[in-house]
Ligand binder design. Structure first.
Ligand SMILES: Cc1cc2nc3c(=O)[nH]c(=O)nc-3n(C[C@H](O)[C@H](O)[C@H](O)COP(=O)(O)O)c2cc1C
Length: 191
């Protein structure tokens, strides 16, 4: 396959893979490093390189699961609280071999926030495609209470969490993407 064919296969073959499909198989530190390394090559205006990651494995996963479950409990009225949902946080996290918190360091003196968010999203897509090439499934999760994870993640004042990147090996086969045609989203100006 030539470069285009390889890239097209990775881009079109990448699907979000959710924890229910993750296998009980550890992702090595070297593999996690390779995935993180690719994040660092995302484009970045003024070279602020705003992506900041916290890799959560081992016992830290258990702490994260309990923290998320308790944030859900604290933010839910007692009559709306569901034990099943509470347990789903710890269960989902336990199924993942690794979770990477996606954080952004802002530089308001240099750039508007959206440019830092855009650069970080590019970095995350680099990670997702690299993971895809290594048969590691991933998905970007953005629960509403991630903004309350600052102290768990040890973020500084100018940093903010934008999601949790769940990672795990899986046995899912190819699944076509659910997308409407690109032609519906493109206008060509020719003169
Ligand atoms: C910024 C961002 C946040 C996301 N947050 C969630 C989420 O909280 N829960 C979820 O199930 N999927 C989340 N997703 C994944 C989307 O559901 C997924 O990309 C979409 O269904 C398309 O499927 P695909 O990734 O397999 O192409 C998120 C994706 C992005 C880019």
């Amino acid at each position: 396959m030539n470069d285009f064919e390889v890239l097209e296969k990775l881009i079109k073959g990448r699907r979000s893979i959710f924890p229910a499909s993750f296998l009980d198989k550890e992702i090595s530190k070297a593999t996690i490093q390779s995935i993180l390394e690719s994040a660092n090559f995302a484009p970045t205006h003024k070279l602020t390189q705003p992506w900041r990651f916290v890799v959560i494995t081992g016992d830290a996963k258990i702490r994260l699961g309990l923290t998320l479950a308790n944030l859900y409990k604290e933010g839910t009225l007692p009559d709306q609280f569901l034990q099943k949902k509470y347990d789903s946080f710890t269960d989902k996290i336990a199924k993942a071999s690794c979770i990477i918190a996606i954080n952004i360091q802002f530089h308001p003196d240099k750039l508007p926030a959206w440019e830092e968010i855009a650069a970080t999203a590019c970095a995350v897509q680099n990670m997702a495609l690299t993971a895809q090439s290594l048969n590691v499934g991933t998905y970007w999760s953005s629960p509403t209470f991630i903004e309350k994870l600052d102290s768990f993640l040890g973020l500084s004042e100018n940093e903010k969490c934008y999601g949790l990147f769940y990672m795990g090996y899986h046995n899912e086969g190819f699944k076509a993407a659910n997308r409407t045609p690109i032609a519906e989203k493109v206008k060509w100006l020719v003169q």
